[in-house]
Design a protein around this ligand. Structure first.
Ligand code: XCC
Length: 652
């Protein structure tokens, strides 16, 4: 239990004590002192959270409801039982996550097409990726130039996102391991496309739809494959086509990168297209001069969430924080403008921004915020991009000029970090796949864990990310990371080459020798594709199946619906998950209390959905299962045991 709430969930004092970043602690206190609301206040106000919702036991899919499964009402009005309700809620969450990543992917694909047609001024820096995908998709390239081929590749990717027929997905055919393709065929879970599976999921879970929870469980796998190959692989590689395949670079991160005497601009969201254009303007000599004319010593650009990861990877732009740090960053009082594109931009951001006079500029029609400047990017209306990016920068400069400087408080904490770990860069750093596989086999690297995902106030902010990863590297497990988790690890100094000192003797020597950190920040959440690709390629190199390799997917603080797709993607490929707190699935209780009236007392009896994910059901199908452990040291121990079992199984 966490002492300050005396409950399973952390209270304010637990968070302030356990959150590992001193800058976050300082800013949480500052917001509290200034009586400015953050997620922590709203989280407290929501306690206790609904016990039905926490367990996935309420259904709002039709207007007969809402229905709740309880001791007096074991079925919804339509007859839906516990398994059907719980599984239906999970599969719908994955559909929403797929919609978010799908919208992101769509923007990037359409940008490639507009750039290839000469309507947008982006140079297609990832030439190697264009030719690689053209070959994988068997696109005829004779007599075609880079732009024509890139456009055709993007059209193939669009088809994977929107196909309505049962033809195979190009990306899945190109990159999935043959053993998995055969398995998915046998399980009947090969998807049509992102859009089709999203539609099918909403269809299956509407009133009077599918009554068989096992069919919904199969749809969960099918949709995760659509999610993986249409939006993770698709977005990650398409962004590489536009802006290049990242290479490692050293930078500094954390709130301390903001500077009082500079214009401070934060870039936030997921799709980096507009952010790249804004950055191009900021780096121009005219804008730099204009900032000086306004009395600034220069311009600091900082990154938040996945757009921050993308800019860090490609330009070494210092990152600041993640989804639960966005209000805290504004709380420095030093941010002149925050430019947001899509997803994970919480409504609370604007409330904080209004308290500190920060300009909020929205750049995506899907993510409007009342009172913000709206300067949207749409690759199908490309004409105004240049002026729009210029306008965004001008708003930030003007905000600097008018800023009230009496509220500035920048915590002076900075960490060194190395970002830019594309799949190719990781393999190259180790001297090739063969050498990396050999390090795994001989135990210099005990295993690889990808530790990813959001923040969630149900665990002390960033504490689990950092504690788990420290324990893993201490035990010789190499870590890749993305998304909000990566910001926690970057700020904790774990992504700097010096962090090798905290690793096991073997991993430490190897990292020192190569000059790399034991925790590799591989990008934004769509770049989980990079970790998965690494897992697939390493297994192939070792002559094994992914499911038998010492790999694990860890989500210590899942938050967004998108994370469901991430986890199930890895499960479908045979990589077990460890999640940091119970999913909305009721834990089976052995006995019912007679006369139980409340949800807490109800007979949750045997629960097939929990058994399916954590027991043998899913394991028998795909060779992977879900472990749940909220206490980070125990979680790390679970990962170690899992990796040890895999190594024993391989005779390594
Ligand atoms: Fe989650 Fe993706 Fe959002 Fe952070 S930013 S909260 S989805 S980890 Ni991508």
């Amino acid at each position: 239990n966490y002492p300050s709430l005396n409950a399973e969930m952390p209270g304010r004092e637990d968070v302030k004590k356990l959150t590992p970043n001193p800058a976050s602690r300082e800013l949480l206190q500052r917001m509290e002192d200034k009586n400015i609301e953050t997620w922590l206040d709203r989280y407290e106000a929501q306690q206790p959270q609904c016990g039905f919702g926490l367990r996935g036991l309420c259904c709002r899919n039709c207007q007969w409801g809402p229905c709740r499964i309880g001791p007096k009402s074991p079925k919804g009005i339509c007859g839906k039982d516990l398994n059907l309700m719980v599984m239906g809620n999970i599969v719908r969450a994955l559909a929403a996550g797929l919609a978010a990543h799908g919208r992101h992917a769509h923007e990037v694909y359409m940008t490639i097409i507009a750039a290839a047609e000469g309507k947008l001024d982006f140079p297609l820096l990832g030439e190697e990726r264009v030719w690689e995908l053209a070959e994988k998709f068997s696109i005829q390239i004779e007599d075609k130039d880079l732009a024509q081929t890139a456009k055709e590749v993007a059209q193939f990717l669009l088809e994977d996102l929107g196909r309505m027929t049962a033809d195979p997905m190009y990306m899945l055919e190109a990159y999935a391991p043959p053993e998995r393709k055969q398995l998915w065929q046998e399980l009947g879970v090969l998807p049509r496309s992102g859009s089709y599976e999203m539609m099918e999921t909403l269809h299956m879970t509407t009133l009077g739809g599918c009554s068989d929870w096992t069919a919904l469980a199969a749809q969960e796998l099918r949709m995760a494959l659509a999610y993986c190959y249409s939006t993770l692989y698709g977005s990650s590689m398409a962004t590489e086509i536009l802006f290049g395949i990242p290479q490692p670079k050293i930078t500094e991160v954390n709130y301390g990168i903001l500077k009082e005497d500079h214009v401070n601009i934060l870039m936030h969201g997921h799709s980096p297209v507009m952010a790249e254009k804004v950055l191009e303007k900021i780096y121009s000599a005219e804008i730099q001069q204009q900032a000086k004319d306004y009395g600034a010593k220069g311009i600091v650009v900082g990154g938040m969430c996945c757009t921050g990861d993308e800019l860090l990877c490609r330009h070494g732009v210092p990152s600041v924080t993640n989804i639960m740090g966005q209000e805290l960053a504004i709380g420095t009082g030093a941010v002149d403008a925050v430019v947001v594109d899509m997803q994970c931009v919480i409504p609370g951001l604007k409330t904080a921004a209004d308290c500190f006079g920060t300009e909020v500029i929205t750049t995506c029609d899907s993510n409007r915020i009342p009172g913000a400047h709206h300067i949207p990017f749409d690759p199908e209306r490309p004409d105004t991009l240049e002026q729009d990016a210029e306008r965004i920068v001008q708003l930030a400069l003007a905000a600097f000029k008018n800023r009230d400087r009496s509220h500035i408080h920048i915590p002076q904490h900075r960490s060194r970090a190395m970002g830019g770990w594309s799949c190719e860069a990781v393999v190259d750093a180790f001297g090739g796949l063969e050498k990396l596989a050999q390090h795994l086999k001989d135990g210099t690297i005990k295993g690889i864990a990808t530790v990813v995902g959001c923040n969630n106030p149900k665990v002390p902010y960033e504490h689990n990310h950092v504690t788990i990863v420290k324990k893993l590297i201490e035990n010789g497990i190499l870590v890749t990371t993305t998304g909000c988790c990566s910001h926690a690890l970057l700020n904790a100094g774990l992504c700097a080459p010096e962090a090798a000192e905290q690793a096991s003797a073997g991993l430490k020597d190897l990292c020192r020798q190569l000059g790399i950190p034991p925790v590799l920040a591989v990008g934004g959440c769509v770049d989980n594709a990079r970790s998965l690709r690494l897992f697939i390629d390493l297994a192939q190199q070792a002559g094994k199946h992914v499911k038998d390799m010492p790999f694990m997917f860890i989500g210590p603080e899942p938050g967004n619906e998108k994370t469901v797709g991430q986890g199930v993607t890895f499960l479908a490929h045979g990589v077990s998950n460890l999640v940091g707190f119970p999913a909305p699935i009721p834990v089976p209780l052995p006995t019912a209390k007679e006369g139980a009236q409340s949800n807490d007392e109800m007979d949750r009896g045997s629960n097939d959905v929990a058994d399916f994910f954590a027991g043998d059901g899913l394991y028998e199908k795909v060779g992977a299962r879900v472990y749940t452990e909220p206490y980070p040291k125990l979680a790390a121990q679970t990962v170690r045991m899992h990796i040890k079992r895999k190594r024993l199984g391989l005779g390594w």
